[in-house]
Design a protein around this ligand. Structure first.
Ligand SMILES: NC(=O)c1ccc[n+]([C@@H]2O[C@H](COP(=O)([O-])OP(=O)(O)OC[C@H]3O[C@@H](n4cnc5c(N)ncnc54)[C@H](OP(=O)(O)O)[C@@H]3O)[C@@H](O)[C@H]2O)c1
Length: 307
């Protein structure tokens, strides 16, 4: 099968390079095709003629970027998603697997997060633009299935980390921000300052695991319901800080800036459906994943994205 991966230059997209598969994987980024432009989306699908698309392309950011640029996050992601799904349908692409996020779940909700709750309340105010644009990927996929019989499915990962992440401190995610702050604190010997109070809880998945699951979904998952695919088990941000400090041998001071946003307190997810469908799948544990990412970062720094 020819599988086109949009967002192929990003953290999750680049993880496909190391996967052993009999499928032909074609990775594309925004320099190849700007998917906010419908003509580029059309050109991409007509040039590549994929049998399936794994749709990852998105304007992605952390809690501050999402709230400072909430309109851009909505508008750009809504356009990208409309263009990709409509073009895939128009050009007869048989399977599309689109990536959502646990950010799309309602703010006030019972835990653990289950896909039946996705549209049952407002998302957290810090990222409502991104969240609604992503929710519409679910609506659009199900609508194309209902009206035209398209086998377009969606997956919901939780927080991800991996090689080739963005280390932009104002608009990045928590793990890359922690890694960069600790490393720069070690180099400068100034204290590392983190946002929030450290008690916020998150679940983290290693990007190469998510890439493997998305490929599995191309072959094996045909349900209209979004599938939670993240590694479960909550970890506090202060625990992540301690793990990274230990890997990087950081002995300097640390401080918590409670004036900065920390996002939702917790959002544990339920991945039992995925595990039942794919028995034996083993997620990379956080210690091993963090070690790989920190080692990669220390070798690459300062030549990392978002610097
Ligand atoms: N990172 C997380 O923790 C997380 C959590 C949940 C869900 N997700 C979802 O997972 C997917 C992949 O995330 P990621 O962390 O790998 O993101 P990333 O590293 O920021 O990569 C984003 C990708 O999207 C592409 N892109 C952005 N704007 C585009 C445009 N206008 N036209 C075409 N391509 C465009 C980028 O291309 P260029 O680099 O070439 O510009 C890049 O390849 C996204 O859908 C994201 O919403 C991520």
């Amino acid at each position: 099968m020819r599988i086109l991966v949009t967002g192929g230059t990003g953290m999750v997209g680049s993880a496909f390079k190391k996967i052993n598969t009999s499928h032909k994987i074609i990775l594309v980024g925004s320099k190849d095709y700007d998917l906010t432009n419908p003509r580029h989306a059309k050109k991409m699908v007509m040039n590549i003629r994929p049998d399936a698309v794994i749709h990852l392309a998105a304007k992605v950011g952390g809690v501050k970027g999402n709230s400072d640029y909430v309109a851009d996050f909505y508008s750009q992601n809504a356009r990208i998603n409309l263009n990709v799904l409509d073009t895939c349908h128009d050009e007869g692409v048989k399977k599309v697997v689109s990536l959502l996020s646990t950010c799309i779940y309602p703010d006030k909700v019972e835990y653990p997060l289950n896909p039946s709750q996705i549209h049952s309340g407002e998302p957290h105010p810090s990222n409502f633009g991104y969240a609604y644009a992503k929710r519409m990927l679910d609506i659009h996929s199900r609508a194309l299935r209902a009206q035209y019989g398209r086998n377009y499915v969606t997956a919901v990962p939780n927080n991800m980390y991996g090689l080739n992440d963005s280390y932009d401190l104002n608009n990045g995610h928590v793990i890359p921000a922690v890694i960069r702050k600790i490393w720069e604190s070690k180099l400068s010997q100034a204290p590392a300052v983190f946002w929030g109070n450290g008690r916020t809880l998150r679940e983290f998945s290693f990007a190469p695991d998510i890439a493997r699951i998305l490929l599995w979904m191309v072959d094996n998952y045909d349900d209209p319901e979004p599938l939670n695919i993240g590694n479960t088990g909550e970890i506090s941000i202060s625990n992540i800080v301690q793990k990274v400090r230990s890997i990087m041998n950081h002995k300097g001071g640390i401080e918590w800036d409670i004036s900065m946003p920390a996002g939702q307190f917790k959002k544990p997810s339920d991945n039992s459906k995925f595990l039942a469908l794919s028995p034996g799948f083993k997620y990379t544990d956080i210690d091993s994943g963090l070690k790989q990412v920190c080692t990669w970062f220390m070798e690459k720094y300062p030549n990392v994205r978002g610097n």
